[in-house]
Design a protein around this ligand. Structure first.
Ligand code: LCS
Length: 398
């Protein structure tokens, strides 16, 4: 290593505080080391020139690649069953890098009408400014995707289950139509997590996650990723490097730490959400509960076919409408009033007054969000404590 030729002892403190010895190359830590560095020492100018020509060199400059981030990308690609993963600074960096990297002016997208608010906004406003048009269709109807295809359609874009209404898209059917009509199928798998659903196995071309949610799981990271084939990943790596949305190495390290418990966390999220969903159905203030694991969910049969578990997200509707929604989310004591989801703590929100506040009533109606709809991200606490807290809050509505 170039470091070996330095004689640290004979240099001044101003130099020695800056130049540290290299970590022992003969130890093999079980936990992935954190390479919290923006750049990497290289042996000679020719090496730099060679790295600058490569896709994802791991020891050149962290916006290009970094060993901690590379380990995370290998882990996430493996979990989704894809060839390559790119980790990004946020879920929205993953969404925008994918869309900007794969679409060109004049292209058309067919998207599900129920998507995370910022994704809807980027698709309908930002892409329109670039001359890319989007049609939003019923995500529960695969034929609606087929009917919306035009000569210039390039991509289908869906989330399943959707945020916040827990609607499902039949991935095998929609991905088959995408394939038959020469379109890419992009799936945001954030709500399900790869523990419960793997869209690439059902024919998707690109899977996106807000890593902020279940994959990191501890409410302490903002991150994103996309998983795809090697060729598409190379194209999107160039886009990520130009847009600059690489993940920070420390965030990548935290996700690596969090993902180690994904299976046990998801099993508990799945079990807790089913218990809470079943309990909510019996409270008189609740008019409807939406959870893919309940036999009453309109797409229960599809959920059984497509998912191996149903996740921690529940939506329920209050008979008392908007006012009841605001009152309920301000009345819980254990359950936390906050946006985001997928962490170990149970969070509650009221889409009409919070996450979907930017949407007009007409947009809300089209996204199928009633004013009294509540979204619950069920954590890993004792389910009896969660039910008791929700109960005391619901009782205050009468
Ligand atoms: N995709 C889905 C399905 C999401 O729910 C979110 C964030 C994103 C992408 C964007 O990820 P981020 O950039 O925040 O990592 N969803 C949020 C939510 O429902 N409340 O707060 C954030």
């Amino acid at each position: 290593m170039p470091d070996a030729k330095h004689d640290h002892g004979s240099r001044s403190i101003a130099t020695r505080t800056v130049h540290h010895p290299v970590a022992s190359p003969t130890s093999y830590p079980v936990a992935t080391p954190l390479y919290q560095t923006s750049t990497f020492r290289v042996a000679d100018a020719a090496t730099i020139a060679r790295y600058a020509e490569q896709t994802q060199p791991q020891a050149y400059y962290t916006r290009w690649g970094n060993p901690t981030i590379e380990v995370l990308e290998k882990v996430l690609a493996d979990l989704e069953g894809g060839q390559k993963c790119l980790a990004l600074a946020s879920g929205m960096a993953a969404v925008t890098t994918t869309l900007l990297g794969l679409l060109r002016p004049g292209d058309h997208v067919v998207a599900g009408s129920s998507l995370y608010t910022a994704t809807t906004e980027f698709l309908s406003s930002d892409l329109a400014e670039l001359g890319i048009s989007v049609d939003f269709v019923d995500p529960t109807d695969p034929e609606a995707f087929a009917r919306a295809v035009r000569k210039n359609t390039r991509m289908f874009y869906v989330e399943t289950p959707t945020n916040p209404t827990l609607q499902l898209t039949d991935l095998a059917a929609v991905c088959r139509i995408a394939d038959e009509t020469g379109n890419l199928a992009v799936v945001d798998n954030t709500f399900a997590s790869p523990y419960n659903q793997t869209p690439l196995a059902l024919g998707a071309d690109v899977v996106i996650h807000s890593v902020t949610k279940y994959l990191s799981g501890h409410t302490d990271v903002i991150g994103g990723c996309l998983v795809t084939d090697a060729e598409t990943a190379e194209q999107l790596w160039h886009q990520r490097t130009m847009l600059g949305g690489c993940i920070d190495p420390f965030a990548a390290w935290l996700v690596l730490r969090g993902v180690k418990t994904l299976a046990v966390r998801m099993q508990r999220h799945n079990d807790n959400a089913l218990a809470v969903a079943e309990a909510l159905r019996s409270h008189p203030a609740v008019s409807r509960v939406l959870y893919p694991g309940l036999a009453s969910h309109p797409q229960y049969e599809l959920a059984q076919r497509q998912m191996s578990g149903f996740g921690g997200m529940i939506a329920f509707e209050l008979a008392g409408g908007r006012a009841a929604g605001v009152k309920l989310v301000e009345s819980t004591r254990l359950v936390v009033l906050a946006v985001s989801l997928g962490g170990v703590e149970t969070l509650i929100e009221h889409p009409a007054s919070m996450s979907h506040a930017p949407l007009s009533d007409e947009q809300l109606r089209r996204a199928g969000i009633p004013p009294g709809l509540i979204r619950l991200s069920v954590g890993i606490e004792d389910p009896d404590d969660l039910i008791a807290d929700l109960w005391q809050a619901l009782d205050r509505l009468s």
